[in-house]
Design a protein around this ligand. Structure first.
Ligand SMILES: CC(C)(COP(=O)(O)OP(=O)(O)OC[C@H]1O[C@@H](n2cnc3c(N)ncnc32)[C@H](O)[C@@H]1OP(=O)(O)O)[C@@H](O)C(=O)NCCC(=O)NCCS
Length: 263
């Protein structure tokens, strides 16, 4: 196995989160590529794990925490580590050491760039991005917001722990209309997919629905306000994000609110 930096050759695959076989990944649009291009200028690290036949099976992306979506300093933050685990497409690459090798390579890179530690997010559940996986690799809890854990591994004695941004108030609604507000960042293909579905669904209702897109990559103030990189609200109520709700489900939620407008 080999760990390499993402180059032009693998960029499409990286931007599709290794799911080049998936129509859903394509439905998510090119926002992740735009995020990559911007974040590359801001210190983003992006690596792939290749198997002995040169097939990409895993990826990791991380950046200086000051450029990221959590509060902290002199650390790097892992946005995402993903070893392809579906049977579909390129197949299951998990439990062959790719995740460990990617994490170690990212930590080494961060150290070489002068970071005082590494931070990552994980979920306090036995599926999805398990926080327990990071614990096995020497990470410990820095902060918690419900099921979402922020974990970290200090490299130096004087490193300070990261924190989640605090949740602000829900977005305001436009009087007399249904307001769909999509906070969008770009780093996550699944979140981009939800945003695109919400945009399309909102457009179906014409003037009755106001669609607002808030770019949390460029407007850190909005990120601070909503505390999340990506979220879709329909009239101030957040749509559950993971796993991505279907287009029909989002459309139904909006339709329900539109019906209330009339009545
Ligand atoms: C967490 C994750 C990155 C781990 O990747 P991985 O490549 O499976 O990790 P590793 O192979 O290094 O380690 C996993 C296990 O396989 C075991 N393993 C490693 N090499 C092995 C081998 N050759 N044979 C058998 N087992 C092996 C490890 O000991 C480890 O066991 P443990 O879980 O009991 O500790 C991966 O499971 C994943 O992507 N999960 C989903 C994460 C996710 O949701 N990401 C999206 C965030 S936006």
């Amino acid at each position: 196995m080999q760990i390499i930096d993402v180059t032009a050759e693998h960029l499409d695959l990286f931007c599709l989160c290794l799911e080049d076989w998936s129509d859903e990944a394509k439905e998510a649009g090119d926002r992740r590529r735009a995020w990559y291009e911007i974040m590359k200028q801001r210190g983003l690290g992006a690596k792939l794990a290749l198997d002995e036949d040169g097939r990409a099976g895993g990826m990791i992306q991380y950046a200086p925490i000051e450029q990221s979506v959590v509060a902290g300093r002199d650390l790097y933050f892992i946005y995402c580590i993903w070893v392809h685990g579906y049977k579909k497409g390129r197949g299951n690459f998990q439990k062959r050491g790719m995740g460990t090798a990617l994490l170690e390579a990212a930590e080494q890179d961060a150290r070489e760039n002068g970071a005082k530690g590494m931070a990552a997010w994980g979920v306090a559940l036995p599926f999805w991005m398990k926080a327990s996986w990071f614990r096995k690799h020497g990470y410990r809890k820095a902060d918690r917001d419900g099921m979402a854990l922020l974990v970290w591994k200090p490299f130096t004695e004087d490193a300070t722990p990261p924190q989640w941004l605090k949740q602000g108030p829900p977005p305001e609604s436009v009087p007399g209309k249904v307001t769909v507000t999509a906070y969008t960042h770009g780093w996550c293909m699944a979140q981009n997919l939800i945003m695109e579905r919400a945009r399309r669904a909102a457009a179906e209702f014409g003037d009755e629905v106001e669609f607002r897109e808030v770019d949390t990559l460029e407007n850190r103030i909005d990120l601070l306000a909503c505390s999340q990189t990506d979220a879709v609200f329909v009239d101030g109520k957040q749509i559950r994000q993971g796993p991505p709700p279907s287009y029909d489900k989002i459309r139904k939620t909006i339709a329900g609110r539109v019906k209330r407008l009339g009545g």
